[in-house]
Design a protein around this ligand. Structure first.
Ligand SMILES: [Zn+2]
Length: 271
């Protein structure tokens, strides 16, 4: 599933190819996404210029002349810029044809992705209005993490993955950040110390920033006609490494299930 770094990588990959371009047409091959694509959308978008490509949580925000497109990749979606005459593949549901001769093509086998258009300030849109802070925003800091962990007995990993508290920290990055901070994923959130809260904020940011940086090397995936849309696979320390030696101390990494998600940690490096 695309997590925040993949969405940011997508945004950076698309930006130079779409910003400043005029939309010739939206072609809807399959309107049944997570929410149906409105019939009127094609007419609304035609002729508008893409002014900027932003992101909030896992939504790509394409700022247009008169409004904003909120694009979510869902569980399995990807966006690529391709020559407009590139033959369509299975699950290619949308084409945003641009005046450059390219098309922004949306592929989504599971169809959990979505597209919304708003003429309001996007931050007040119902999908975005109540989102928690971004990991890179100042609002996500040690004091904030300390405060939200005080009365919660849920595990620290589940708290990190709660998008009402902080957005964009999925399963992989929560596991990796806890490893980096030396904290076991199963620890009750309220047992976090102040020093650990500080370390964990830094670790979350470092892990995400690294993933975005690594993603930068695969940007060609988003512009190549035959490039695999597969997201980058970075070198992970604990995620899906149960039984393999910790890269720091050699102790076998342990796996456990928390809230129906798999967690991984080093029993020696994490307390
Ligand atoms: Zn270790």
């Amino acid at each position: 599933m695309p997590e925040l770094p993949e969405v940011e990588t997508t945004r950076r990959g698309l930006e130079p190819h779409v910003v400043g371009r005029r939309i010739l047409a939206l072609e809807v091959h399959e309107p049944r996404l997570r929410w149906p694509v409105p019939r009127s959308l094609a007419q609304t978008l035609a002729g508008q210029r893409i002014e900027a490509a932003g992101r909030r949580a896992k939504y790509l925000l394409l700022e247009l002349t008169h409004g904003t497109l909120l694009w979510h990749l869902g569980m399995s979606g990807n966006l690529r810029v391709l020559p407009a005459d590139t033959p369509r593949a299975p699950h290619d549901h949308l084409d945003l044809r641009l005046d450059s001769g390219m098309t922004l093509r949306f592929n989504d086998p599971r169809r959990f992705g979505s597209v919304h258009y708003t003429t309001q300030e996007p931050r007040v849109h119902p999908l975005l209005a109540s989102l928690a802070p971004e990991p890179f925003e100042d609002a996500f800091n040690a004091d904030y993490l300390w405060r939200i962990t005080r009365r919660r007995r849920v595990s620290i990993k589940q708290l990190l993955m709660n998008s009402r508290l902080v957005v964009g920290v999925g399963n992989i990055y929560a596991s990796e950040a806890l490893y980096r901070a030396g904290i076991r994923p199963g620890r009750a959130a309220h047992r976090l110390t102040r020093a650990e809260a500080k370390r964990l904020v830094k670790a979350v940011r470092a892990v995400l920033a690294h993933a975005i940086k690594v993603g930068g090397t695969t940007l060609r995936d988003y512009v190549g006609a035959d490039g695999n849309p597969g997201y980058f696979r970075q070198r992970l320390n604990v995620y899906e490494r149960a039984g393999e030696p910790c890269r720091r101390c050699g102790t076998p990494v342990r796996g456990l299930t928390q809230g129906q998600r798999s967690s991984y940690y080093c029993p020696r490096c994490q307390r």
